[in-house]
Design a protein around this ligand. Structure first.
Ligand SMILES: O=c1[nH]c(=O)c2nc[nH]c2[nH]1
Ligand SMILES: [Zn+2]
Length: 471
């Protein structure tokens, strides 16, 4: 891959630590032909971009309209195949939701034409919302799962693509025939990704036992063995809903906990992503910490399916590694920006409870959820040091945010005079010009959406741009 050397000029924002944003109001970031950050200059307003030796002829991309560069979002848990059901869940809870909405939809991905239509759309949609990396669940079908990997690669989205393994407790028309076919089919998807991306540079396979209730002891053990022998990461669900936890207790009477079920199968390692983790016991969290497995917090889904409110502050304080996941279509939105808001509000509901998890301390800040959506996610997927921030040597997975012209400035992309002559903009973010930078970022998180995502890059390659963006 050879790209045009590019200097990104303007404010940039990224996360320094869990609760600290690094805001550079005037900066330049040089990205080389391989999509890697070669230099980061701060406070360089007015300085000609050609002052960097060897970068005199580099292309220049500038922010506009209260804009800034921000690292791409990392969605650590999303079901690509469930995208047509985003927003469709009624009043269901996890176990009936699976039977009513989810298994019928996923089973239809035996139709490759349908898979193509849905997968092209979900990849395009998430890119347009600034998601540069996604951990996808596909379905049990090998051809459709491989197609999802192909689409991610051709659209340039960094992705972990998992064929779902499940050999019980679903309709017979939608499950693995046997442990042997589950292993064979999972291996076929791994082999496909190896063919299209031999070093897993952009696309990686991920072993995906759906969750303990969907898998027999034998299939969990087989997936554990595949994980141990290949080193390929694992994703699954854990302790999302109380009825599910009780079901696991019944189905695995010799295991001491839900977490123990995975541990016993060799599925609890530093390369394991566990979605939800709402109802874990202290012992389970300790075991997860000991094994260095990672947590994907999915607040929108947990609220939609009334699964519960995950104690994120407690998990962070105990040293667990946490990222955010949209969990479409348990979650209603593919937007990681919306997921950031949901994480903040779920944390506030936890804060309002009387138990030991509650209290003011439980509240997550804007900076903290942005950390979870970027650096936290990078740690969850094992790509810390490569993505999630703007440091020399990291890859340019980034989004250009455009908050729109300052209200009343007479500039920007206003649609013209509305009835009251206010010149209302298309986006919701209203910048009045008195806001400090932290307030602008907060306004983006609370009132922004994909209309503010002007352009998106993965490994230095432009993968999405709004019409108004001029490269
Ligand atoms: O949020 C969820 N989505 C799913 O598809 C699923 N399957 C098992 N458990 C699940 N939880
Ligand atoms: Zn899920």
């Amino acid at each position: 891959m050879s790209l045009e050397k590019t200097i990104y000029v303007g404010p940039f924002v990224h996360c320094k630590s869990l609760n600290e944003l690094d805001i550079c109001t005037t900066g330049q970031i040089g990205v080389d032909e391989h999509g890697k950050i070669a230099f980061v200059l701060r406070e360089s307003a007015g300085q000609p971009t050609s002052t960097q030796k060897g970068w005199e002829n580099a292309k220049v991309v500038r922010t506009k309209d209260n804009g800034f560069f921000f690292p791409g979002f990392i969605d650590t848990h999303i079901h690509a195949s469930q995208y047509p059901n985003a927003g469709v869940f009624g009043n269901s809870t996890l176990l009936d939701w699976l039977n009513t909405y989810t298994f019928p939809l996923e089973s239809s991905f035996s139709d490759l034409k349908k898979a193509a239509r849905v997968y092209k759309r979900v990849v395009a949609r998430t890119l347009s919302q600034g998601t540069t990396t996604a951990c996808y669940y596909a379905t049990v079908h090998v051809p459709a799962t491989n197609l999802l990997a192909d689409i991610c690669q051709s659209r340039g989205q960094r992705a972990f693509v998992g064929r779902v393994c499940m050999d019980r407790l679903s309709p017979s028309y939608y499950q693995d025939e046997s442990v042997e076919t589950a292993v064979r089919d999972s291996q076929a998807c791994i082999d496909h990704v190896r063919r299209i991306d031999p070093h897993f540079t952009l696309i990686s396979p991920i072993i995906t036992p759906r969750f303990a209730p969907s898998c027999t002891d034998e299939s969990l053990a087989a997936m554990g063995k595949l994980h141990q022998t290949t080193g390929i990461p694992v994703q699954t669900h854990i302790s999302e809903n109380k009825a599910e936890v009780a079901l696991v207790r019944d189905l695995f009477p010799t295991s001491t906990s839900y977490t123990h079920v995975y541990d016993r199968a060799g599925l609890l390692t530093p390369k394991t992503i566990l979605a939800h983790a709402v109802h874990l016991t202290k012992e389970e969290r300790t075991l997860i910490k000991t094994r260095e497995a990672k947590i994907s917090h999915c607040p929108a889904s947990n609220t939609a399916l009334t699964s519960g409110a995950a104690p994120v502050r407690m998990m962070l304080d105990e040293g667990l590694t946490v990222g955010l996941g949209t969990d479409v279509s348990g979650g209603y939105t593919t937007s990681m920006l919306a997921e950031c808001r949901e994480a903040i509000f779920v944390s506030r509901h936890v804060a309002m409870t009387d138990g030991h998890e509650g209290g003011e301390e439980a509240k997550l800040s804007v900076a903290e959820v942005l950390f979870l959506a970027t650096r936290g996610g990078a740690r969850v997927v094992g790509l810390e040091g490569r993505i999630g921030g703007f440091e020399v040597g990291m890859e340019w997975d980034a989004q250009m945010i455009d908050l729109g012209a300052t209200v009343g400035s007479g500039e920007g992309d206003d649609e013209g005079e509305d009835e009251e002559g206010l010149g209302l903009k298309r986006g919701l973010v209203e910048i009045f010009g008195t806001e400090g930078w932290e307030e602008r970022v907060a306004k983006w998180v609370y009132t922004g959406d994909d209309r503010n995502t002007a352009a998106v890059w993965v490994r230095g390659k432009l993968v999405h741009a709004q019409m108004s963006f001029q490269a």
